[in-house]
Design a protein around this ligand. Structure first.
Ligand code: ADP
Ligand code: MG
Length: 252
């Protein structure tokens, strides 16, 4: 069964349709890379999956539950705020900008969510945060504040922070685009490890090498619609559509 199932998703902003019937399926444990030019609607799509936008038509399900709705008495109802928060807990999101709390250490940034939202006892939350920071290669930076860390290190803290909530699904929106080139690799390495550990991931990226290495499928989007989708060997190395070829010629 799909962990993420999007069917005919439409979204407009001020009369301009930016998602024009997007279909996307992500099986549990799969990594899907979402590629496409600026303005294609990639971020908007991720934001719809993560409740940051509401869709105008179509349906998105995460782990069988329709995003934005709850089943009560055999009927679908629009979610109450608490139910939205409940659904969002299962989804980790990592943005281009890291958005760490500036006055909290790396450890506090990671432990905060579990301690406050999941009500994990503080000692446990801090132990788990330490383990997660070690997993992203930052065991020696637990007490550092964001401003004392490089962009790559901050992004790895952001990934650890998302993982601390034990999400079923991780969404990445151009996680390496704001980084100096020499820092991109350390973040991608963490994402490769995560993919190999079986995390279900949807990754918007221009890192074709990453897509080739870990994606189970690559989805190429233009103007709010999926143009081409399939295994990386097909979409990246043997694209069928002219539009895909043109795009790849620019980013490769
Ligand atoms: P991508 O991530 O592929 O670059 P986006 O999803 O950010 O594309 O944007 C798709 C289109 O939707 C763009 O034309 C963008 O200007 C527009 N858009 C995105 N968010 C908003 C918003 N909140 N209000 C109005 N227009 C938006
Ligand atoms: Mg974007």
């Amino acid at each position: 069964m799909s962990l993420v199932s999007a069917v005919g998703v439409r979204k407009s902003f001020g009369g301009v349709e930016v998602l024009r019937g997007v279909d996307l399926e992500v099986a549990a444990g799969e990594v899907v890379c979402l590629l496409g030019p600026s303005g294609a609607g990639k971020s908007t799509f991720l934001r719809c999956v993560n409740h940051l936008e509401t869709i105008d038509a179509g349906r998105i399900r995460v782990d069988g539950t329709p995003v934005g709705f709850a089943e009560r008495g055999g009927r679908l109802h629009e979610l109450r705020e608490r139910e939205v928060a409940r659904q969002r807990r299962d989804i980790g999101m990592v943005f281009q900008r890291f958005n760490l709390f500036p006055h909290r250490t790396a450890l506090e940034n990671v432990a905060e969510g579990p301690a406050r939202v999941l009500r994990v006892p503080r000692g446990t939350a801090f132990d788990e945060a330490r383990a997660l920071l070690a997993r992203v290669g930052l065991a020696d930076k637990v007490d550092a504040y964001p401003h004392q860390l490089s962009g790559g290190q901050q992004q790895r803290v952001a990934i650890a922070r998302a993982l601390a909530m034990k999400p079923k699904l991780m969404l990445f929106d151009e996680p390496t685009s704001a980084l100096d080139p020499e820092l991109v690799g350390e973040v991608l390495d963490v994402m490769v490890d995560l993919a190999r550990a079986g995390m279900t991931m949807v990754v918007v990226t221009h890192e074709i090498g990453f897509a080739r290495q870990v994606a189970d499928s690559v989805v190429f989007m233009v103007d709010g619609a999926v143009v081409e989708a399939g295994p990386p060997a097909q979409v990246l190395d043997n694209p069928r559509r002219q539009r895909t070829k043109q795009f790849l010629a620019k980013v490769l």
